[in-house]
Design a protein around this ligand. Sequence first.
Ligand code: ZN
Length: 476
Amino acid sequence: MTINSNYNIMSSNLENILIKIPEIGKNMHGLMVELFPICRSITGNGVRESLKILKKHIPLNISEVPSGTNVFDWTIPKEWNINDAYIKNSKGEKIIDFKKSNLHVLNYSSPINEKISLKELLPHLHSLPNQPNVIPYRTSYYKENWGFCLTHNQLIDLKDDEYEVVIDSTLENGSLTYAEFFIQGESNDEVLFSCYTCHPSMCNDNLSGVVLFTFLAKNLKNLSLKYSYRFLFIPETIGAITWLSKNEANLKKIKHGLVAYCVGDSGNSSYKKSRQGDAEIDQIVMDVLKNSGDEHKIVDFFPTGSDERQYCSPGFDLPVGALVRTFATDFSEYHTSADNTEFVKSEYLADTLSKYLKVIIKLEENFGKFKPNSKEKIIKKMKKNDRIFLNLNPKCEPQLGKRKLYHDIGSQIPSQGGKKIINQFSLLWVLNYSDGFHYLSDIVKLSGYNIHEIENAADELVKASLLKEIKNIDEN
Ligand SMILES: [Zn+2]
């Protein structure tokens, strides 16, 4: 058999999967419904229980990394588990009940069992005044805190009363759990598919990514493929950082990668390019979207978003993009109880799966043929008054929270008017592009922030010893 006929058999095997896609879409949705009620977090039994369900579909390899383990600038936190949580009024009526929605509890809440006044309770309550009928999703992973999330209508109904607040949780030394599934191809060159498993009862963000990669892996696993394929099911941010720190020696095998989140909503497909911007994966995904005939959106890399932030940190700069549907900031159901099993539909999951399969078909067909642009770093002349910095922690993001540079309550939608939040994003822009090749004026152009915001961010990062000013590009 010649190599060419091998290609054809391979492509036709992959194309056979395309025929079954509507049926697979229904199965993906079914798996999502099964996973939905579980209270997941970045650690704990919710993740283990979810992975056990995925194991019925693909033979996952599960790792446990103990609390206290250092992973680059971060430390694996204590493990969080929860049995129950509620608020009762003085009549003994449960007015907030974790058993009705696990979003009701601030994820990672420390245990509490107390009777308190409304005044004492209010600072621990989170709601969305602009969306009064939905429960927001909030987290406090790295600062011990407790809290409840509720609809704004529930909040404004609260009377002056004595409330019994109970969070039956544990926060103890344990481990962080993640899973991998690896398909060995003819070559050791790898394609990385990464999704996150840490969100409780929400679907588009991100059970959609989990079920997409479970069924993609399940359908690829018995095919003979040129590339090797590695699927990661990890908690967002800390999981990607953990996996990168444990696999640093093998990262050179990764030739292409995609991160999947928000892949089951009714919006068009969107592609966020890798930081490199002109990698083979960028060109292939853009081709697939163009050839689909569907409306779609292509955006350049930005250093916020999901785990592509870590894979594309300047110390790694891996060719990893994000093929999604609607970005988090563009749908109001994001991080709320409205991101449920009705919001994600099997036909949209199926459509995304077909696009991922077409990307794989193209990658396999083009194996060994890609000629990268010769990347000569252009040595620019320094402009008057321009400044250039070097990120002293270029492998993954540094942990800004422990340096008091990041807000404590996670998962809030960044408001454009919020000066503090803008500052946080400008920190990420400055960190990601302070690679010794981008001046502050370049970061202004890339980020859309003004020079004062970028300079302030750089100065704060220098104070935190995360950045150092260099004289010019040759110093790099
Ligand atoms: Zn999220």
